[in-house]
Ligand binder design. Structure first.
Ligand SMILES: Cc1cc2nc3c(=O)[nH]c(=O)nc-3n(C[C@H](O)[C@H](O)[C@H](O)COP(=O)(O)OP(=O)(O)OC[C@H]3O[C@@H](n4cnc5c(N)ncnc54)[C@H](O)[C@@H]3O)c2cc1C
Ligand SMILES: NC(=O)c1ccc[n+]([C@@H]2O[C@H](COP(=O)([O-])OP(=O)(O)OC[C@H]3O[C@@H](n4cnc5c(N)ncnc54)[C@H](O)[C@@H]3O)[C@@H](O)[C@H]2O)c1
Length: 470
């Protein structure tokens, strides 16, 4: 069997490896460089940048720890070179392309966008074409343009990696995961930051408690946050960009040296010519069934392109699942109940499973909240602002979700994700030992509190908790 995989990000590269492992002849076609958004442009270099910004900001806490010294000054060229170094690591040190080829996968990269010419054939601009008995589309997404007058003046996350100087005033439009990340990085580098989100709260898909706490934390470090207001226009003037928006209905103009838009993440469908393959798509994604099949049975769509969850870890698992179903027939379904995710904003946030509002729709739920300042480690590390909220079903005691704001959020929710995947009950989680002193102890405390709310388990208040019980 011949399997064609289009796009070599985490979804496509994993799909190719899995299909090859199952014995298929595999061709992997990539417009640019193996690694996709993940390694080349998005999480990997931007996370490295966030680390530099965070180190710069940590200077403000030195005094509390009895340390003295001048404020560090970012050398932007060196900061960006380090981000590029980490992104290159996967290519230079791990040699992903070499390993794919060594594993027997025919890899054709730097092709420019390829397109369908019929339901089994994909062609590149140089005239070459490839046949597949099965085709896995894994072309990912891109930053949406800002659809307002002057929208072309806005930069995107891609432009951060080629900046020539750190802007002193930054406006970020779109306050979901990408926008919050960009805003937080520039704030930590010392810029004045305005963050504008059309929805009623930052990160509209997050648990409401995370959105509220994140807004407060951003404002506490000097950022301006405007929610419930859509940017209406951008205008140039005097080397700056003026941003028009209308919080509460009254029109306001803010100026910034640099404006970044993070207003959506539609799929890379433009160049694919899906019509030639008979594949139905919406404007932003290719719909798939639980086996990741499109409406055309032998064509699958994995990763961001199918619009389900837009995360690296899901892209990888969807790549494996699509390849399995392509080679062995539709026998593996995707499940999304325990997908952990986390941001590298300052403060970080992370989540897994249902939000409290979602849980309340179908469950009689109980909530346990552990505050970071009730634990030793966050206080010792000078990061006492944060919490872990754990949601459980009162009747079945199943763990429904967890939401964490503060240091190491993504690592902390991973513990809960593992417990959920293992089918543990909330009391089993509450009985577990957690290493001391760690941030993950928040999970233990939140689970014990959820048990107390349900009325199970007879847990005493944690011995180190000295304040009044809520
Ligand atoms: C700034 C930023 C930060 C992020 N941070 C995180 C994070 O911390 N954690 C997380 O889990 N996720 C994060 N994400 C999301 C993550 O990058 C994506 O979910 C992930 O990369 C999706 O993998 P994919 O394989 O579906 O697509 P991609 O990684 O986008 O790969 C798709 C590949 O297809 C290629 N391609 C496109 N069109 C064609 C064509 N016509 N022909 C051939 N090839 C084509 C592209 O060149 C690309 O290499 C972040 C995204 C951004 C933008
Ligand atoms: N750390 C992570 O895991 C991470 C980081 C970045 C992105 N991602 C993923 O990538 C995907 C894309 O995220 P994203 O944040 O780029 O896009 P998004 O589509 O999730 O959010 C875009 C935001 O822009 C707002 N918006 C749209 N038009 C606006 C306007 N005119 N004015 C003000 N606000 C406006 C929307 O209300 C929305 O909240 C998401 O699924 C996300 O989970 C993950």
């Amino acid at each position: 069997m011949r399997v064609l995989v289009v796009g070599a990000g985490p979804a496509g590269a994993t799909a190719a490896l899995q299909a090859r492992e199952l014995g298929a002849d595999v061709t992997l076609l990539e417009a640019e460089q193996v690694g996709g958004t993940n390694i080349n442009r998005g999480p990997t270099p931007v996370r490295t940048l966030a680390r530099a910004a965070r180190l710069a900001r940590d200077w403000s806490s030195w005094e509390r720890f009895g340390l003295q010294g001048p404020r560090p000054v970012p050398n932007l060229d060196a900061v960006l070179a380090n981000s590029a170094r980490v992104a290159r690591y996967a290519h230079d040190k791990k040699d992903i392309a070499g390993r794919l080829r060594h594993g027997g996968i025919e890899l054709a990269d730097h092709l420019g966008p390829v397109q369908f010419t019929d339901p089994h054939t994909v062609a590149a601009g140089d005239g070459r074409s490839w046949y597949g008995d099965r085709v896995i589309v894994a072309v990912g997404c891109r930053a949406a343009p800002l659809p307002v007058p002057g929208g072309e003046l806005a930069l995107t996350y891609l432009d951060i990696l080629t900046l020539k100087a750190l802007p002193r005033e930054v406006a970020v439009i779109g306050g979901a995961d990408t926008g919050c990340q960009i805003a937080s990085i520039f704030a930590d580098f010392g810029a004045d930051v305005l963050l504008v989100e059309a929805g009623p709260r930052l990160v509209p898909g997050a648990d409401a408690s995370i959105s509220a706490a994140l807004s407060l934390a951003f404002e506490a470090k000097g950022m301006k946050v405007a929610t419930g207001t859509r940017v209406q226009a951008l205008e140039p003037g005097g080397g700056q960009v003026s941003v028009r928006f209308a919080p509460g209905g009254a029109v306001q103009h803010a100026t910034a040296e640099a404006v970044f838009a993070a207003v959506g993440w539609p799929a890379n469908l433009r160049d694919l010519d899906l019509d030639a393959a008979g594949v139905d798509s919406g404007p932003r994604a290719i719909p798939v069934d639980d086996y990741l099949r499109t409406n055309v049975g032998h064509i699958f769509a994995a990763g961001d392109v199918n619009g389900r969850t837009k995360l690296v870890q899901t892209a990888r698992l969807e790549g494996r699942t699509a390849a399995w179903n392509a080679v062995r027939g539709p026998s593996r379904q995707m499940a999304y109940a325990a997908v952990p995710s986390g941001s590298f904003t300052d403060p970080e946030y992370g989540s897994v499973g249902m939000t409290e509002d979602q849980a309340a729709r179908d469950h009689e739920s109980a909530v346990g909240i552990a505050r970071y300042d009730d634990l030793v480690r966050p206080v010792a590390d000078g990061r006492p602002d944060g919490f872990c909220k754990l949601i459980a079903d009162r009747r079945t005691h199943a763990i429904l979700g967890a939401h964490v704001l503060g240091e190491y959020s993504a690592e902390t929710v991973q513990v809960v994700a593992t417990a959920m995947a293992a089918g543990m009950s909330v009391e089993q989680l509450a009985e577990m030992q957690f290493a001391f002193p760690t941030f993950t102890e928040a999970v233990s405390m939140a689970a014990q509190k959820a048990c107390r709310a349900i009325g199970i388990g007879q847990f005493p208040p944690a011995w180190s908790y000295l304040g009044p019980e809520e």
